[in-house]
Design a protein around this ligand. Structure first.
Ligand code: C2G
Length: 134
C-alpha cells in the first residue's frame, strides 16, 4: 500500500484545498494530512486562523479523499512526520516548490509539488468579504 502525506492550514476551506487533497490522494492509496496547529498558522501567516484547529481538522477529516489527520506543529518536523506515518510520497502545492526537497533524502520519500488551483485563496476570499479586494 502506497502512503502519501500532505500539510496545510486549510483555513476557510475552499475548492483549491479540495483539489489539492484529491490530486494528492490519486498519487497514493492512503492519504494522511498534517493540519497546522493554531500557533504554527500564526507563525506562518502572521495572523490567527479564522477557524480553530479542531474545526479545520474536522472538515479535512470528513473528506472522502482523506484517511487520517494529525496536528502539524512545526515546518521543520516534516521528515519526522513522513517517517512516523510511513509515507512514501510527500505532496505540496507549488507555492512551496523546492522548500521541502530536503525531506526526500532525509526521510527516503518522493517529494511532489502540484500546481495550485488558480484564482482562489483564503486571503482573496477574506479580502472580498471585507470589501478590500476587487
Ligand atoms: N492550494 C492549492 N490551490 C490554492 C490554494 C491552496 O493547491 N488555490 C494548496 C496549497 O498549495 C497547499 C494546500 O492547498 O498545498 C493547503 O494550503 P494552505 O492551507 O494555504 O496551506 P499552507 O498554509 O501553505 O501550509 O507545512 C506546510 C504548510 O503547513 C502548508
Amino acid at each position: 500500500m502506497k502512503r502519501g502525506i500532505t500539510f496545510g492550514t486549510f483555513d476557510v476551506f475552499h475548492y483549491g484545498h479540495l483539489r489539492l487533497l484529491e490530486r494528492a490522494r490519486e498519487l497514493c492509496d492512503r492519504l494522511v494530512v498534517g493540519v497546522s496547529s493554531d500557533e504554527l498558522s500564526l507563525a506562518k501567516k502572521g495572523r490567527r486562523p479564522f477557524f480553530s484547529f479542531e474545526e479545520r481538522s474536522a472538515i479535512v477529516a470528513a473528506l472522502r479523499c482523506v484517511d487520517e489527520v494529525f496536528m502539524e506543529e512545526s515546518l521543520d518536523l516534516k521528515a519526522d512526520y513522513v517517517r512516523k506515518y510511513g509515507a512514501g510520497i510527500l505532496v505540496m502545492g507549488d507555492d512551496w516548490a523546492g522548500r521541502f526537497d530536503w525531506v526526500a533524502p532525509s526521510a527516503g520519500c518522493k517529494v511532489v509539488y502540484l500546481p495550485r488551483t488558480p484564482s482562489v485563496s483564503t486571503t482573496a476570499i477574506v479580502g472580498k468579504l471585507r470589501g478590500t479586494a476587487p
